[in-house]
Design a protein around this ligand. Structure first.
Ligand SMILES: Cc1cc2nc3c(=O)[nH]c(=O)nc-3n(C[C@H](O)[C@H](O)[C@H](O)COP(=O)(O)OP(=O)(O)OC[C@H]3O[C@@H](n4cnc5c(N)ncnc54)[C@H](O)[C@@H]3O)c2cc1C
Length: 449
């Protein structure tokens, strides 16, 4: 087997490293050498086409200190911070496993990353009922240094004459460093960066964990079973092949599917009402985004706007194009089994609110739409960060319910600090630990879109 041959040639550090840069770590020199050796062996053997060296570059390494399940923005951010904070450089091996396929090339000497940031601000509108919460939120944001102002309906009307202020009691508007960016650029940039830091990637699905258990007694005399994951089983894409990866630690960053990944480790499988029986309450929830054109719509200065009804929109480019949507109520939740778009939802639930708030939108024309999954935490719609109390080497970075992108850089750092230093250091995220689900302590997000 090629894996074995590499091990003999290059020592333990190279076990399982692939031939391509996609797996990380190998250099063009090394790739050439291996290819030469392969050719020599082939020419020396009878029966030309037979390949004695089975190419394992698509397989993950057999060992990795940390396996990250999920190569979305949260998984990549954790990988980035682990490599950034590791000491000495190269001390820990990190593998990211994702079942989705995207091909990237690491580019040396890249120009600085441009995420197409558009600093047009967020404009949030509150009704009489929501005004006190808005005031409180803005107070916290200002304490943290954000430049945010509060506006009365009159001030709002003066600043944005295209808004109908009917039913608006208060508005908050970000004046600096706030707006939107291209998430795909960020993801691509992160991936390139961590590839250059030596993180391994593998396309495959995590289907099973091998664990061991030990019994312990709490100070109150209660018997508990602690579990530890030793191996992550990765099913290779379009194949029946499985690869076990020995590891010290697993990061569950599987987004909308992280509840299922937690279940693979036995989380939530104990009797109801116990810590063992407490599930990770994260599941896929389908959300639609509609793209429309409206020649009479608001112009360049249009911020991202969230209405009192929950409907939201922002400008997309410069040609009087816009995109937006609205989260459904609990009763309206669509079937998450597919990603089909419900166009009636726009007609019945989104457009009436938009047209009321921005009268010019009465004549808008929807041009396209798409659906995606929120990584929805059904308990309190907030993130889950840090280790599981019983499966002691599974850490979470998930459940951000529609705001994971903007929080990923900070969450990645917090999880990496927890892994490397044993505690949160830069930001204390202990209110987002898993144990709150068992204790019934909600950390509610008060302005979810
Ligand atoms: C319509 C919409 C609008 C949004 N708007 C915003 C916004 O304005 N601001 C904001 O901050 N956030 C927003 N979000 C949310 C944000 O996109 C998510 O919170 C964020 O992308 C979650 O990142 P993630 O890495 O946790 O999950 P993902 O990006 O979903 O990555 C998880 C990965 O895990 C992989 N995976 C799952 N199970 C397995 C397995 N068993 N084995 C291997 N791989 C597995 C999946 O293939 C997936 O690639 C929006 C989301 C949607 C749908």
């Amino acid at each position: 087997m090629f894996r074995g041959a590499l091990w003999l040639l290059a020592g333990r550090g190279c076990v399982g490293r692939g031939l391509s840069t996609r797996s990380g770590g190998s250099t063009p020199d090394w790739t050439e050498k291996v290819s030469e050796i392969k050719k020599k062996i082939q020419s020396a053997l009878p029966g030309g086409a037979w390949d004695p060296l089975y190419d394992t570059s698509h397989l993950p390494p057999e060992h990795s200190d940390v396996v990250i399940v999920g190569g979305g923005v949260l998984g990549l951010s954790v990988a980035y911070w682990l490599k950034r904070l590791e000491k000495p450089r190269g001390a820990i091996r990190v593998l990211v496993v994702d079942r989705d396929h995207t091909e990237y090339l690491a580019v040396v000497d890249d120009p600085p990353l441009d995420v197409q940031f558009n600093p047009s601000g967020y404009l949030l509108l509150a009704s009489e009922k929501g005004a006190a919460i808005m005031e409180n939120n803005v107070k916290v944001q200002r304490q943290e240094g954000a430049k945010v102002c509060l506006m009365s309906p009159e001030q709002l009307q003066n600043k944005f004459p295209w808004i109908n202020t009917d039913g608006v009691a208060l508005a908050s508007y970000g004046l600096e460093g706030e707006g939107w960016f291209d998430p795909w650029c960020l993801l691509q940039g992160l991936r390139r960066k961590i590839q250059s830091l030596g993180v391994f990637f593998c396309q495959g699905e995590v289907t099973r964990f091998s664990t061991s258990s030990s019994r312990m007694q709490t100070s109150g005399g209660k018997e508990m079973t602690l579990k530890r994951i030793h191996e992550v089983h990765v099913k290779m894409d379009h194949s029946l092949e499985y690869q076990p990866v020995e590891c010290a630690l697993v990061i569950n960053a599987a987004g909308a599917w992280s509840g299922q990944v937690a279940e693979l480790a036995g989380i939530g499988k104990g009797p109801p009402g116990t810590l063992e029986g407490t599930k990770l309450p994260v599941e896929p929830r389908k959300r639609y985004v509609y793209f429309w054109h409206c020649p009479e719509g608001p112009g360049l200065e249009t911020p991202f706007m969230a209405d009192t009804s929950g409907a939201y929109f922002r400008r997309e480019g410069l040609g009087h194009n816009y995109l937006g949507g609205c989260s459904p109520t609990e009763e309206e939740e669509p079937d998450p089994g597919n990603l089909e778009v419900d166009h009636d939802f726009f007609q019945d639930k989104v457009w009436p609110h938009l047209a009321h708030r921005v009268p010019a939108f009465q004549s808008l024309k929807v041009r396209s739409a798409w659906a995606g999954y929120y990584d929805y935490n059904t308990f309190d719609q907030n993130g889950v960060v840090g280790p599981h109390p019983l499966v002691v080497n599974m850490y979470f970075a998930t459940g951000f319910s529609g705001h994971g992108l903007q929080q990923a850089p900070a969450v990645g750092r917090a999880v990496a600090e927890m892994v490397l230093k044993g505690q949160f250091q830069t930001i204390d995220l202990s209110s987002l630990l898993f144990s709150r689900f068992y204790l019934g302590e909600k950390v509610e997000e008060r302005n979810i879109i």
